[in-house]
Design a protein around this ligand. Structure first.
Ligand SMILES: [Zn+2]
Length: 235
C-alpha cells in the first residue's frame, strides 16, 4: 500500500494491490494530483473539450456524469497510480493541449491489478497491461460512433491486451501459434474465472473479447459498472 494515501481515505478506497487512487468523490487531493470539479452544464474544463454527458434518466447511479476529474500535466502524466499502472495510460486519445482531464474510478484500477495477478499465476508476467482505450470524453466517444453511455465516459472501463513480448499486439496467450480472437477469449475467460472474487470486492461489470483487425490486435473490454454484462463473442 502506498504510504502516500492518507489514512482517512483508505476506507473509501479498494486497496489490495498498491492502489494509490482514492474515490474522486472524496474532497481531498491525493498523491499530489490536482482534482477539478465539473458543474453539470460544463462541456469543457479549462479549455479541454469534454462534450455533453447523457442524462442519467432511469439508469443506475453509476451512470451519473463524473463530477471530479484528475488534472493531468506533462509533469504528472507518468505518475504511478498503482503497482502496475500509470496515470497517462488512461488518458483520452483525443488531440488536446495541456492540461488534460481524466475521470478514473479506483475500482477499475483494482480490477486491472487483479488481472495482472491472475496472469502471473498462469506464468504470464507482464509489467503492465496495454490500455488501448481508457477514459473517453463524451465528445471523443461520439466521434468513434460508440453508444452514448459507454462505460469509458464514466472512467471505469478499459480496452486492454497483454503484450509481455513487446510487439505492440496481443500475445499468443492460448499458445496455439495464431494471433486471433481466441487469445482475447482466453484472456476474457481467465478474467471471468476470478469473477466470484470480483463480485465479493464489488468489481463486477462488463467483459467482452474482440477480434484483431488490420488496425490492431485482439483485445478485451473490462469495466466495473457494478453488475455483470457480457457481449460479443460468447465466453
Ligand atoms: Zn471498451
Amino acid at each position: 500500500m502506498s504510504k502516500l494515501v492518507p489514512s482517512c481515505l483508505i476506507a473509501a478506497v479498494c486497496i489490495c494491490a498498491g492502489i494509490a487512487l482514492a474515490d474522486l468523490g472524496d474532497t481531498e487531493a491525493h498523491q499530489g494530483l490536482p482534482i477539478v470539479s465539473r458543474e453539470d452544464s460544463q462541456t469543457t474544463l479549462n479549455g479541454y473539450r469534454l462534450g455533453r454527458y447523457p442524462p442519467r434518466e432511469a439508469y443506475p447511479e453509476v451512470y451519473n456524469a463524473p463530477q471530479r476529474f484528475y488534472e493531468v500535466t506533462p509533469k504528472n502524466r507518468t505518475q504511478r497510480i498503482s503497482t502496475h499502472f500509470r496515470l497517462e495510460q488512461f488518458l483520452c486519445k483525443q488531440p488536446a493541449g495541456w492540461p488534460r482531464y481524466l475521470a478514473l474510478r479506483p475500482e477499475l484500477i483494482e480490477r486491472l491489478e487483479q488481472i495482472v495477478t491472475v496472469l502471473s499465476q498462469e506464468e504470464i508476467h507482464a509489467d503492465s497491461l496495454v490500455i488501448m482505450s481508457g477514459y473517453r470524453t463524451p465528445l471523443y466517444n461520439a466521434s468513434l460512433g460508440n453508444v452514448p453511455r459507454s462505460r469509458h465516459i464514466y472512467g471505469d472501463a478499459a480496452d486492454l491486451y497483454v503484450d509481455a513480448d513487446g510487439d505492440n499486439r496481443m500475445d499468443d496467450l492460448n499458445g496455439d501459434g495464431k494471433l486471433d480472437v481466441e487469445d482475447a477469449v482466453w484472456l476474457a475467460r481467465l478474467i471471468e474465472s476470478v469473477d466470484s472474487k470480483a463480485a465479493e470486492l464489488g468489481l463486477e461489470g462488463g467483459l467482452a473479447a474482440y477480434p484483431p483487425t488490420e488496425a490492431h490486435g485482439g483485445f478485451v473490454h473490462v469495466d466495473t459498472r457494478g453488475f455483470p454484462v457480457r457481449w460479443g463473442k460468447a465466453l
